[in-house]
Ligand binder design. Sequence first.
Ligand code: LLP
Length: 432
Amino acid sequence: MFVSDCLSVNENGHLTISGCDTVDLAQQYGTALYVMSEDKIRDTCRRYKSSFDQHYAGNGAPIYASKAFSCKEICRIVTSEGLELEVVSGGELYTALAAGVDPKIIHFQGNNKSLEEIAYAIDSGVGDIVVDNFSELRRIEALSAQKGVTTKISMRIKPGIDAHTHQFIRTGQIDSKFGFALETGEAFEAVKEAVAAEHVELTGLHCHIGSQIFDISPFVLAAEVMLGFYNKIYVELGKKLTHLNLGGGFGIKYKNADASVPYENYMSRVSGAVHAACEKYGLQIPKIYIEPGRSIVGEAGITLYTVGDIKEIPSVRNYVAVDGGMYENPRYALYQSDYTCLVANRAAEPRKYRATIAGKCCESGDLIQEGVKIQKPEIGDILAVLSTGAYNYSMASNYNRNPRPACVMVSGGTSRVIIKGETYADLIRNDL
Ligand code: LLP
């Protein structure tokens, strides 16, 4: 019935998440409120992990892309399940370290890392800096020389696969701000420079072909292309790398109509391609990483709101206004993203009322969803938006000086705050 198996309806007709009544959660913690299911997150982590055991005999690991949702508790949860961690900024690195994550399992990404961020990563003993471009490579080399250390790096490669439209096409030259292009020879030049450099140690390759992808074929193709390059480095430069990171991007369910691919299918098809390519080239299978963000936390999260106003404009539309908006979920305003919405305290009733869910920000585009069918709401009802666990809190802002909502983690019928809601005082903390 629902997009996620952590959701259900109880005897009161209320939406539940991991055994917690969402109406009670709204009452206890207030709205707007992010709610995340720890059970669902851990279950997903375990599915990924056991696929690695099955397909790569444990020689590899999922890396959680923390940009999807970064806070100390999520870092603790995913790493306790054996995942490694990807960060893309000094802030995400700081969060991970503050959570007690072992720096050796941190992979530092980003297309324009500042000198300060690079120094911070080196000083913290981060296990892998994923280099994006030549200037960065030279900055890391110079800084490492200055500090008298050897820094482990890998390289972000554009494999020439465009998967953004659910179809893949090979492109002569990819128009992307990320990484080194394979087709132009740029990637090979970068590898040569890295291999020759004295203070960096090139250990692996990385690619990421896009996000919210349902088709497995582009991932298979990416694995084949990347292993071809991995082999070329060995054959032509005699350099044996140790790992290959095939990125994230696995699609999740926002609507029931989304046909999400089970990770197990992805893992078995891609590992088939990895094994076949290694056999073809006579290569020892490298340590394989994948880097999912959305699929670890997306379906585990919901957002709860209180309906503050209902504006029915005859022959036009019905606006249902909630106490949140684009400041805490900018994804509809940015990407016209789909979401499933429902009235949490009437979850057992049929969804027959067509509504546009509006936020409280001062602009017309501040909508959470347009023209969705929900239960007929009344002012004071609790509205739930599903699959908000990824790229909602992490993309939130203080637009209109709205404080960011709290985030509550639920598990087996219990709940706890993992991120406090901001206060008005927080909003002026840095004002002078
Ligand atoms: N690795 C790299 C290098 C990435 O750039 C990304 C996502 C991931 C891993 C994780 O991808 P995932 O498994 O979450 O799809 N704000 C957008 C999504 C941007 C994704 C950026 N990179 C949204 O709200 O849909």
